[in-house]
Design a binder for this molecule. Structure first.
Ligand SMILES: O=C(O)CCC(=O)C(=O)O
Ligand SMILES: [Fe+2]
Length: 338
C-alpha cells in the first residue's frame, strides 16, 4: 500500500504523510481567505456584444479570471463529464496504475501531485492528463473503461475548443485587435485536459491540492465541482475563494496571453485547497499555442512607445522551461523578460 503512487485508493487516509507537510510559512492559512469577493460573472448570451467585450476587458485586467454563464454548452454534457470523471477515479487501483506515469512529455498519463520528479513537497491531488487535439490521434489511447469515457470526453473536448475559440475572439477584440488575431498567432492550437481528483485530506491546513501557480498555456476553461469549493485566486495580494456558480465555467488567462497582451492582461496566481470532509473534482481544458508559434506582442500594443516587456520566444521553448521547474518558483514569464 505505502508504495502505491496514487492517492485515490478509496481507502480513507487517516494521517497526512510527512512528504505533504509544508513548512509553516508555506501553508494555505485558510482562515485568511476571502469568501465574499467573487470574480466577475459574464453572461455570454447577452445580445449586447460591446458590453460583453468591455466586461472581459475589465475582468482580464483586474482579475485575470472570469466566469461565464449561458455559454452554450449543454448542462447534460457537463454533468456527464463530471460523472464519467468520478467513475474513472473509482476504478480499481491496478487498472488505474496501468496509466500511471510521472513523465510530463507523455500524451496520456495518470499522475499525482504536480511534477513528482522536481518537487520537494507532494500535493494532495491525483490527475489524468490527456492530449485532446486532434481527437482521432489521441482517443485510441484513452481509457476504454468506464465504457462511455471516450464518447463523453470527446464531445466535451469539442465543445471546449469551440468555446475557447469564441473567448479568444472576444479577448482579441477587448485588446483592440482583430477578432481573429490571437487565434492566428497561436497557430493550430493543441488542447490538453487535466481531470483533477482531490480526495478528502486528513490535514488540509498543512498542504495543498495544487499550490499557487500560473497556467503556462494561452487560455484555460475550468469546470469546477458543482458542490465543493477549492479554487482560490490571488487578487491584490489576498487569496479569494471562487465559489462554484451553477452551470458556469471559470476562465483564466495563461502566461501566453499575458505575454501577447504585453502585460496588459495578467496570468494570475491560483491554487486549489483541499478539505477533510469531501472529495472534489475539477476538469481543466487548456488551449495551447502550437509548438512553433512565436509569442511576441502585436505592434498595436507597442506603437504608443510602450516597450515589449518580454523577448519573443516559441511556445516550445516556454513549455520546456515550465516543466523543468517546480510550481513553487517565480512566475515562469519572468525568465523571458527583456
Ligand atoms: O482544481 C482547481 O480548481 C484548479 C485546477 C488548476 O488550476 C489546474 O489544473 O491548472
Ligand atoms: Fe491552473
Amino acid at each position: 500500500m505505502a508504495e502505491q503512487p496514487l492517492l485515490s485508493t478509496g481507502i480513507p487516509h487517516e494521517t497526512l504523510p510527512e512528504t505533504y507537510i509544508r513548512p509553516e510559512s508555506d501553508r494555505p492559512k485558510l482562515h485568511q481567505v476571502s469568501t465574499d469577493n467573487n470574480i466577475p460573472i459574464i453572461d455570454l448570451s447577452s445580445p449586447n456584444e460591446p458590453q460583453i467585450i468591455s466586461q472581459i476587458h475589465d475582468a482580464c485586467q483586474s482579475y485575470g479570471f472570469f466566469q461565464v454563464i449561458n455559454h452554450g454548452v449543454s448542462l447534460e454534457l457537463v454533468l456527464k463529464m463530471l460523472v464519467i470523471a468520478g467513475e474513472f477515479f473509482k476504478l480499481p487501483m491496478e487498472e488505474k496504475l496501468s496509466l500511471y506515469s510521472d513523465d510530463p512529455s507523455k500524451k496520456i498519463r495518470l499522475s499525482t501531485s504536480f511534477n513528482v520528479r522536481k518537487e520537494t513537497f507532494r500535493n494532495w491531488r491525483d490527475y489524468l492528463r490527456l492530449h485532446c487535439y486532434p481527437l482521432e490521434r489521441y482517443t485510441p489511447e484513452w481509457p476504454s473503461n468506464p465504457p462511455l469515457f471516450k464518447d463523453v470526453v470527446s464531445s466535451y473536448c469539442r465543445e471546449m475548443r469551440l468555446l475557447g475559440f469564441r473567448l479568444l475572439g472576444l479577448i482579441s477584440l477587448s485588446l483592440g485587435l482583430e477578432e481573429s488575431y490571437i487565434e492566428q498567432v497561436l497557430g493550430e492550437q493543441e488542447q490538453h485536459m487535466a481531470i483533477n481528483y482531490y480526495p478528502p485530506c486528513p490535514e488540509p491546513e498543512l498542504t495543498y491540492g495544487l499550490p499557487a501557480h500560473t497556467d503556462p498555456n494561452a487560455l484555460t476553461i475550468l469546470l469546477q465541482d458543482q458542490h465543493v469549493p477549492g479554487l482560490q485566486v490571488l487578487k491584490d495580494g489576498k487569496w479569494i475563494a471562487v465559489n462554484p456558480h451553477p452551470n458556469s465555467f471559470v476562465v483564466n488567462l495563461g502566461d501566453q496571453l499575458q505575454a501577447l497582451s504585453n502585460g496588459r492582461y495578467k496570468s494570475v496566481w491560483h491554487r486549489a485547497v483541499v478539505n477533510s470532509g469531501k472529495d472534489r473534482m475539477s476538469v481543466a481544458s487548456f488551449l495551447c499555442p502550437c509548438n512553433s508559434a512565436v509569442i511576441s506582442p502585436p505592434e498595436k500594443l507597442t506603437e504608443d512607445g510602450t516597450p515589449a516587456i518580454y523577448r519573443s520566444y516559441t511556445y516550445d521553448e516556454y513549455y520546456k522551461k515550465f516543466w523543468s521547474r517546480n510550481l513553487d518558483q517565480e512566475h515562469c514569464l519572468e525568465l523571458f523578460k527583456n
